[in-house]
Design a protein around this ligand. Structure first.
Ligand code: LLP
Length: 431
């Protein structure tokens, strides 16, 4: 199986976090997002423990909450003592309302409006990750008006191509995020930030991309960022106290994907940073990492009910389900790969090849193509694995389809974290 929280029970039903998925589908209906709370906590601890081991005191992971943003995930992050990354008023508001200690929140985004800046400051956000010069100047003015000195770091682009999908690659020089080191603009912005009266510059940030399995892009990024820190020290006499290396470690969507030991990877990056410190005679700043996908992806599974099995003789087969791109747009956007199972027929033979299609009026509304699976019938439960990241958070109401609920599983018990959207919810804003 893909992950140790997936198994089959005596009834031949798929289990997730030790619970019968067919019973859960019956109880809550489908489509249904399931989340394994213990797996989320396990990953958070994995990161926290490794970072405590390898990096200076105060180095903590931030959960990149764009991967999954609900009140309950912020409560879990708070209990586990990890920080969060938020990119919008919506994410900040959700965290705030969950009772998350906002001084542990990093506010990201490449275009923060004046309204966003004020809202974040009013919400007590701990750190701004400043993306560009316009934002720097706006933040300086607004912080001054609001009578604070805002702790901040600068987002830099290290100029790295991490060999992942173009749409989730973010660290190259021409990326829309951050300020390029290569062009000299990063150093110029640092100098300007140091002159801003209402900004306390603490250090730098970079994020190279997402769903990356190799250590090499992270090691290269750490190397480039540290050389920049040394340059800022020499040329501007600035001692960076914080270096945030972003997120991006990959997860297993299919059996072909490797299983990564995140602790080990963090150790590899730490070794490079230690070497650099020795080389430049600088002490290591606090290191932050921002994992999203690798904390939450394999803690999620989505259940659907099969509606039709269409065999186009001599061409292809379709299995249509009661969800699709509205709850999981990742195949439509990135041709992302997944693994599917027929949850109520786990012991039957997988001798059918089919495309799993959603129910939107759109040919591209697919969960994936050419899945080898047990041949299902109308009414069977189809499960898609590894849907914890960027599924619920990217869901939409296209075709006015209500979004599924999120049910958390913990120690053999299930509880609702997000209710199923109703038709009334869909109409709520229409006048
Ligand atoms: N930090 C920053 C600044 C980011 O932009 C991201 C992701 C992360 C951290 C977390 O990266 P992760 O550990 O999750 O790879 N919707 C796409 C993924 C977009 C990632 C955007 N930024 C997908 O479904 O694959």
């Amino acid at each position: 199986m893909l992950c140790d929280n997936i198994s089959t029970n005596r009834e031949g039903h798929l289990t997730f976090a030790g619970m019968d998925t067919v019973s859960l589908a019956e109880k809550y209906g489908t489509p249904l997002y399931l989340m394994d709370e213990n797996k989320i906590r396990e990953h958070m601890r994995e990161y926290k423990t490794a970072m405590e081991k390898y990096f200076p005191e105060g180095s903590v992971p931030e959960f990149a909450s764009k991967a999954f943003s609900t009140k309950q995930i912020y409560r879990i992050a708070s209990e586990e003592g990890i920080d969060i990354d938020a990119v919008s008023q919506g994410e900040i508001y959700t965290a705030l309302k969950s009772g998350f200690p906002m001084e542990r929140c990093f506010f990201h985004g490449n275009n923060k409006t004046d309204g966003d800046i004020r809202f974040a400051i009013e919400s007590g956000v701990g750190y701004f990750v400043i993306d560009n010069e316009d934002e720097l100047l706006a933040l300086d003015i607004i912080s001054g008006e609001m009578g604070i000195k805002q702790k901040s770091i600068l987002r830099l682009s290290p100029g790295i191509d991490p060999h992942t999908h173009k749409k989730i690659s973010t660290g190259s020089v021409e990326s829309k995020f951050g300020v390029a080191i290569e062009t000299g603009q990063a150093l110029e912005l640092t100098e300007k930030a140091l002159k801003c009266e209402n900004i306390e510059l603490l250090g730098f940030h970079c994020h190279v991309g997402s769903q990356i399995f190799e250590s090499e892009p992270f090691i290269t990024a750490a190397d480039i960022m540290f050389s920049f820190i040394a340059e800022a020290k020499n040329k501007l006499n600035f001692n960076a106290k914080m270096l945030n290396l972003g997120g991006g470690f990959g997860v297993r969507y299919t059996e072909n994907d490797p299983l990564i030991d995140y602790g080990e990877k963090i150790g590899e990056v730490a070794a490079v940073l230690d070497d650099k410190c020795n080389k430049y005679g600088i002490s290591l700043p606090k290191i932050m990492l921002e994992p999203g996908r690798s904390v939450i992806a394999d803690a999620g599974m989505t259940l659907y009910t099969v509606g039709s099995v269409k065999e186009i003789k001599g061409y292809k087969n379709y299995v249509s389900i009661d969800g699709g791109m509205t709850d999981n747009p990742r195949y439509a956007l990135y041709e992302a790969e997944y693994t599917v199972e027929i949850a109520n027929k786990m012991n039957a033979e997988k001798n059918f090849v089919a495309t799993v299609a959603g129910r939107c009026c759109e040919s591209g509304d697919l969960i994936g193509e050419d899945f080898k699976m047990v041949k299902p019938q109308r009414g069977d439960i189809l499960a898609v694995m590894t849907t914890g990241a960027y599924n619920h958070s990217m869901a939409s109401n296209y075709n006015r389809v209500p979004r599924p609920p999120v049910v958390m599983l913990k120690n053999g018990k299930d509880y609702l974290a997000v209710k199923r959207e109703s038709l009334e919810d869909i109409l709520r804003l229409d006048v």
